[in-house]
Each structure stands twice: as C-alpha cells, then as structure tokens.
Design a protein around this ligand. Structure first.
Ligand SMILES: [Zn+2]
Length: 344
C-alpha cells in the first residue's frame, strides 16, 4: 500500500505505484516542469555504466558504477537545493549498484527511504532494465535551516530504508526494511545488508563534477559470500572474517575523487584495487539510462475511482485536474468533465 500524498486536500491510500504522482496546485512550489529537451552531453568518457566483478579466491563479488549525463537528466526534471541533489545522487548511485545485480530481464529494484516528521519525508529510486529514476519529497523551509552538509540523520531523523527486489520471470518479491542508520546513504546500505541479509557489505560513493560543472557520481559495492553461500538464512555472518577484512581493506582505499573521475575507466579502478589478487573476473558492463514509466491512462483510472465531489476539489478554476509525475515532472492535465456521466 502506498500513500498518496495530499491529493487536492484528500488523503487516500491506494495500492500500486500511484504515489509517484503528485497534484499540481498553486501552493505546491516544489513541482517544476520537466525538461524533456535537455541537450545531450556527449559521453567522451566512461559514464553511465556499471561493471560487475568477482574475486573467486576471496569469495567476494562487487559492482562499480559511474553516473554522469543520466544523473543530470534525472536531476534536471526537478530544481532541488544542493543537499537534496546530493542525497538523490547518492541514492541513484546505490540504486544502480544494487539494481544491476538483478539477473533477470524485466526485474525491478526499488530503494525507498521514508520517515515521519523528518525534513525529507520520502526518497524513492528504482531500476529496471538499466533505467534509473528517482525523486525526493522534503520540507524546503526546514532544510534551509540546516548546514551545508547535513547527515542522513539530520535529513530523515528516525527513518526507514526499504529495498525491494521484484523478479519479473518468477513474480517473486523480496523486501527488507531496516532503520535508516548512519551518516550517509552508503552507510545505511551497509547496515541494511548486514542486518537484513546477513551479508558483510561495503559501499563507497563519491560525488564530483566534470570540467563543465555537471554532476558526476561514482560508487563501489562489495560483498562477502563465504564458501559460496548465497541464501538469506545465514546466521553466522562475520565482519571479522580474514577474507572479508582483506578485500574490504583494499576497497576502502578507493577515494571519492577516483570514483567520480570521468577519466578513469571502471575496469581500471577494479584493477587498481585488486591487482595483487590471484584472480579478478570482470563481468560485461551494463549501460544505464534515465527512464520513466508514468502512464496517463493509469492516472485516469485512479482519478475515476474518486467520488465526483472529491474530483471537483482537485480541479482548478478551469475544471482541469493537474497531475504531475513525481519522478520526471511530466504533466498530465485531465479535465474533470471527462468523468461526468452523460445525463440519461
Ligand atoms: Zn514520469
């Protein structure tokens, strides 16, 4: 069940993905038109790609990613202040790292962080077939009172982090929810994997900008699966396992500046970290893109379920209900009169 946020004064709980749509009323100063015509940034460097790798002798596996134009396209649909852009950049980097571990076509990974009473009330990112999208709901006035680099705790207060994997082929869903602990999204993710899945994990995320001032985000994700264990029922996860201590120490040397350096190919970074290991297997890369799956027909179907009087309160003075996609800011104006039954 997803909460539909303050729909023209009507709060409702609707299952499915309708939470991505938000009403566009005069007071909603946090919605901006999308910029579908954003000029493409020529990718002359190693960007918008994720690469997997394994260290068979150490029973470790990992992913590395770098986002550039895709990240800027997603951010350009909004007009977020700097701390929110950085939060969403980190969350999208994590989403790319985790989502690209999905083995089946059509599977989806969703990262959702939410809280009651925090400055950030909701952060949602998802990944499907290499497509990324995300948005943040926050209180701009309270955010402005924080310093330049607020921690995750300062933004969310007591929040929760939910990570959901939906497998398309088998229709299986796995979801874990943990308290949103740590100073950064990366630390929260490490806590998530240790608490929810008993898998020692390391996540490092680095943010930077290219020569043109465009945002760049890079990340690395490393996990220890001793003796080939892959299940989620393990009871003896050890952060002090010698294999894990070794590879985690190596991966910890990766700097934020290297992760976000567009001139460094991802494979080079993997090699820098692990070139003294007896074997490093690098898997084929996955290209990433910005994608949204908002659907005007679905919006109409949901609006049709509201009582007519409620739809009347949602409509503006011209009788149009304006609904925006929270992910991409695309606007869907729907005339309220469309739903009125013709007189008999
Ligand atoms: Zn959309």
């Amino acid at each position: 069940m997803a909460r539909l946020s303050c729909f023209g004064g009507v709060s409702a709980y609707i299952s499915g993905n309708f939470q991505q749509y938000v009403p566009r009323a005069a007071r909603d100063t946090w919605l901006w038109p999308g910029d579908e015509n954003m000029t493409d940034i020529a990718p002359a460097t190693d960007l918008d790609r994720t690469v997997g790798f394994t260290l068979p002798e150490r029973h470790a596996r990992g992913r590395i990613v770098r986002l550039g134009p895709v990240l800027n396209q997603i951010l350009s649909a909004h007009n977020y202040p700097d701390p929110i852009e950085r939060l969403l950049s980190e969350a999208l980097t994590l989403t790319a790292l985790l989502g690209s571990t999905l083995k089946q076509e059509g599977g989806q990974m969703t990262l959702q962080a939410q809280t009651k009473g925090g400055i950030v009330s909701l952060l949602v990112c998802d990944y499907r077939n290499g497509e990324l999208r995300g948005y943040v709901q926050f209180d701009a006035e309270r955010l402005a009172q924080l310093g330049k680099n607020p921690s995750v705790y300062a933004l969310f207060n007591k929040g929760y982090l939910a990570i959901t994997f939906d497998q398309e082929a088998t229709k299986e869903r796995y979801q874990g929810i943990v308290p949103l602990d740590g100073d950064t999204i990366a630390q929260a993710a490490e806590n998530y994997f240790f608490q929810s899945e008993q898998i020692p994990s390391l996540v490092r995320i680095g943010l930077g900008r290219d020569a043109d001032g465009q945002r760049i985000a890079g990340g690395i994700f490393l996990q220890h699966l001793p003796e080939g264990e892959v299940g989620r029922e393990r009871l003896h996860a050890r952060l002090d396992h010698p294999e894990w201590e070794h590879v985690a120490a190596l991966a910890s040397t990766m700097g934020a500046d290297e992760l976000a350096d567009v001139a460094l190919p991802l494979e080079t970074l993997v090699w820098r970290l692990f070139n003294e290991e007896s074997e490093v297997r690098v898997l084929p890369g996955v290209a990433l893109s910005r994608g949204c799956r908002c659907d005007g027909e679905y919006i109409r179907q949901v609006l049709a379920k509201f009582p007519e009087a409620d739809r009347a309160t949602m409509a503006d003075e011209n009788g149009v209900i304006s609904v925006d996609c929270a992910f991409c800011s695309r606007q869907y104006p729907v005339p309220a009169a469309d739903f009125v039954s013709p007189p008999l």
